[in-house]
Design a protein around this ligand. Structure first.
Ligand SMILES: NC(=O)c1ccc[n+]([C@@H]2O[C@H](COP(=O)([O-])OP(=O)(O)OC[C@H]3O[C@@H](n4cnc5c(N)ncnc54)[C@H](OP(=O)(O)O)[C@@H]3O)[C@@H](O)[C@H]2O)c1
Length: 249
């Protein structure tokens, strides 16, 4: 029986992915900043561990407590939307600490066991915003585009050790807590000079009907974990697939 460790399982894509792997007889180590057993079905194959990906001691403790794993899913992430002028450097650092450096720290922590065993898969959840630039998302997009570049370089470096690294690029998923969780970072994010422009951007977003479901992301992570012939980049969700096809053309 294989074991997956997933970051950010308290809600959204991480929670759905944990359920998906449990349903398919994997051992799941569901990690959360504030551990809660009750969000997932009871199972002898489930362990819930505390993990804050921005805290090096927390990363060390969680990886040690987890023991041997076969797949790491770097899903934990935070969002921010607003003009760059309305985004403090403190917020930009917070976004990069979680989305970018948190992914690197977790990857670094599991690599010794993967390299020694000559087996293992790392799946990094980024975003379809990296496929087509969108206004008012410069900091968030940069944090995720950095993970794309990191992953594609790392994939080459780890080939000699039979360790695979994949990217899952979800589209916009209103069903998760992502937007709500981003709100505190967005106060003052639209300075007066940008108000009219921002209104037209928000109106455009409200019109797009294709969205991503948490299930689409769980399926894409499952494919990345189990199909050695899958491409490094896997779009997840109807909107992400359209963007990936447009980019390929
Ligand atoms: N929803 C979208 O539209 C969308 C689209 C494309 C990509 N994504 C990406 O998909 C991933 C999952 O997002 P989601 O939509 O499922 O959002 P979500 O419901 O807000 O879930 C995000 C998860 O990340 C956790 N997290 C935040 N900071 C963390 C930290 N420092 N250490 C550990 N865990 C942390 C949160 O835990 P807490 O409960 O402790 O805050 C939560 O479990 C993120 O990487 C996001 O950037 C989302």
């Amino acid at each position: 029986m294989k074991t997956v460790l997933i970051t950010g399982c308290s809600s959204g894509f991480g929670l759905e992915t944990a359920r998906y792997f449990l349903d398919r007889d994997w051992k799941v180590i569901a990690t959360m900043r504030t551990p809660r057993e009750d969000v997932l079905p009871r199972s002898e194959h489930l362990r819930v561990l505390a993990l804050d990906v921005t805290d090096s001691e927390s990363v060390r403790q969680a990886v040690e407590a987890a023991g041997p794993i076969d797949v790491l899913v770097n899903n934990a992430g935070i969002g921010v939307m607003g003009a760059l002028e309305g985004t403090s450097m403190e917020t930009a650092r917070e976004v990069f600490e979680t989305n970018t450096l948190g992914t690197m720290a977790m990857t670094q922590a599991v690599l010794p066991q993967f390299r020694e065993r000559k087996a293992g898969v790392i799946v990094n959840v980024t975003s379809s915003v990296t496929l087509k630039p969108l206004a008012l998302l410069s900091v968030y997009t940069a944090s995720k585009a950095a993970v794309n570049a990191f992953t594609e370089s790392l994939a080459l470096e780890l080939q000699p050790f039979n360790v695979r690294v994949s990217l899952v690029l979800p589209g916009r998923a209103p069903e998760t807590r992502f937007g709500e969780n981003a709100q505190p970072r967005m106060q003052g994010g639209i300075p007066e000079a940008y108000a009219g422009f921002a209104q037209s951007v928000f109106a455009g977003m409200a019109q797009s009907s294709a969205v991503t479901r948490a299930l689409d992301v769980a399926e894409a992570v499952w494919r990345a974990a189990n199909d050695p012939s899958c491409p490094v980049r896997i779009p997840a969700g109807a909107d992400a697939v359209v963007l990936a096809e447009a980019e390929a053309r």
